[in-house]
Design a protein around this ligand. Structure first.
Ligand code: HEC
Length: 139
């Protein structure tokens, strides 16, 4: 009997390690989910729904002031065309074109550029997230 005790099976240790890493992965997934649900915290390209964004852009009538490919009737000339927007380096020439900045721009343009002619519009953070997703499809 004693010799068997000298060579214990490694299985329990392996199981513990696997359980630990599963827990770590699970924690990461749960936390990513938390962030994605908080519209003011994250704006990853892909966090929004591009199709819903296109609908919201049409509904809010951003096209009164912008040319926006894929949005019927969006032929406005007040602001710059949004064709190829994903490749633009800066938003309104003032902040780097990153999802977080774009989200803020859409929700509240004067907070980035106080003298801009683009007004603040009554849109929800969720609509803004969706618009961000759509605008980054314009390559
Ligand atoms: C009343 C006209 C007007 C409306 C409506 C409007 N915009 Fe604008 N937008 C502008 C103007 C003007 C600029 C240029 C701002 C500047 O350079 O200061 C601009 C700039 C932008 C930019 C930055 C473009 C770039 O190349 O730098 C984006 C993105 C944008 N608008 C998206 C939207 C979206 C999305 C909507 C609808 C929710 C919208 N705009 C509605 C006038 C408007």
């Amino acid at each position: 009997m004693p010799p068997r005790r000298l060579a214990p099976s490694p299985a329990p240790a392996v199981h513990r390690t696997l359980a630990g890493s599963h827990l770590a992965v699970l924690t990461m997934i749960v936390c990513t989910g938390c962030d994605a649900r908080d519209p003011d915290q994250t704006a990853q390209p892909g966090a929004g729904d591009a199709r819903a964004g296109r609908r919201a852009i049409a509904q809010i009538e951003c096209g009164v002031c912008h040319v926006i490919p894929g949005v019927p009737g969006a032929r406005g000339q007040v602001g710059p065309t949004l064709a190829g927007f994903a490749r633009r380096a800066y938003i309104a020439g003032s902040v780097p074109n990153e999802p977080q900045h774009l989200l803020q721009w859409i929700l509240d343009p004067p907070s980035i550029s106080p003298s801009t002619a683009m007004p603040r519009m009554p849109i929800t953070p969720e609509q803004a997230h969706d618009m961000v997703a759509y605008l980054y499809t314009l390559k």
